[in-house]
Design a protein around this ligand. Structure first.
Ligand code: V47
Length: 367
């Protein structure tokens, strides 16, 4: 950043923190709070974009995947959920044969399947293992990202074994990675309100730690834009950073914007665009040890996602044809989300960048 730009954008009280970030040094909790309190979105965006470009160059990564949601029947009562069968009134549970059919009919060029859903009261470990095995059978090449930490925790409790033992068995069956769902916001005082009966922060982090140590990569998420404040957001992000220091197993961090339709938190106003920009930018600035910040576009909408590419985002998910219902029911702008490759390319070009199809290891797939 030139001296002239610094004079224009950086208030005196932030000059030390901004200098630290520009030098590539890590900032702590107090510095992060000071930054977020004072900095304009423009300054946060510039800092986040610098870090993003150092880590990912001019690429915008996207993955060609499809989702399977095995059931919407769930033992948990998360207040933000618009997906659970009691709320939608149409319970479903896919049999292994139905899942086999979905995978057999899936686009052959999709390289990844993302599997998550409700925590069903009666499914046992055998079902979850057979599900992974059958996908491996039908598509040996597919990257299988399946079961959030909450689902793993449930399997462990039901089977009376540790989550680590569950992960060992799932890995043996063919599981490659865990999605980041279930993190919500780590602050216990908020979990008590929005998701009182499920895996707590320590449990979530312990399961991701176990997974990483077994060579199962994962993502981390943060549900933002409800009751949380900036202290709680920053503490959440720093907990992810601490675990990443220990294991290096997180591929991407995914801030998930709270949507308010059809759930028990509908009285909350959804956050502003400026809030989205600030959340993504501060995530990029703080997570110096996580390579990728992912925007899940079906829930953010295409225009916001295009803008976020300038605020730290290097990775876009929900590619091509996203059949997930978690967000469409909660009020995401896209009801049947589809994004063509041409749209991806245009969105990336709008930020002077190149859309690049990736595999799970963020290597370019040349078609
Ligand atoms: O944990 C549920 C969120 C998550 C709402 O790892 C909501 O690649 C907003 O984790 N408004 C599940 N968010 C989805 C998830 C995910 C998505 C995309 C990619 C990856 C990945 C993971 O969805 C839940 C919760 O935080 N969620 N309801 C809602 N009303």
């Amino acid at each position: 950043m030139t001296e002239e730009l610094k004079k224009m954008l950086v208030p005196d009280e932030l000059s030390a923190v901004v200098e630290k970030i520009l030098q590539g040094n890590r900032i702590n909790r107090e510095e992060a709070l000071q930054l977020i309190k004072i900095a304009s979105p423009g300054l946060l965006g510039l800092l986040a974009d610098k870090i993003r470009s150092e880590k990912n160059g001019a690429y915008v990564w996207y993955v060609h995947n499809f989702h399977i949601e095995p059931t919407n029947i769930c033992i948990h009562r998360c207040k933000f959920c618009a997906f659970r069968s009691e709320i939608t009134g149409d319970a479903w549970e896919l049999s292994l044969e139905e899942i086999r059919e979905i995978v057999s009919n899936a686009d052959r060029s999709a390289g990844e399947v993302h599997i998550t859903g409700g925590v069903h009261p009666d499914r046992d470990l055998e079902y979850y293992i057979r599900l992974i095995r059958l996908i491996r059978e039908v598509r040996p090449d597919l990257h299988i990202k399946a079961y959030s930490a909450v689902e793993i925790d449930d399997m462990a409790q039901r089977a009376g074994v540790t989550p680590r033992e569950i992960l060992v068995q799932l890995k043996e069956a063919g599981l490659d990675a865990l999605p980041g769902g279930g993190a919500e916001i780590f602050a216990p005082e908020l979990r008590k309100v929005i998701c009182p009966d499920k895996t707590d922060a320590a449990g979530y982090l312990a399961i991701h730690r176990d997974a990483h140590k077994l060579g199962i990569f994962s993502n981390a998420t943060m549900l933002y834009g409800h009751f949380e404040n900036w202290e709680q957001r920053i503490d959440h992000i720093l907990k992810v950073r601490d675990l990443q220091d220990e294991t290096g197993g997180f591929k991407a961090f995914i801030p998930l914007k709270f949507r308010r339709m059809n759930n028990s938190m509908s009285e909350i106003e959804e956050g502003s665009l400026v809030d989205d920009l600030r959340v993504f930018a501060i995530s990029r600035i703080l997570l110096d040890n996580v390579d990728h910040i992912k925007a899940y576009w079906p829930m953010l909408g295409k225009s916001v996602t295009g803008l976020l590419l300038g605020f730290g985002v290097d990775d876009i998910d929900g590619t091509i044809n996203d059949s997930t219902q978690i967000y469409s029911r909660a009020g995401a702008e896209e009801k049947n989300p589809v994004m063509t490759v041409t749209e991806f390319e245009a969105m990336s070009a709008g930020q002077g960048r190149k859309a690049v199809l990736r595999n799970a290891d963020y290597q370019e797939i040349v078609l």
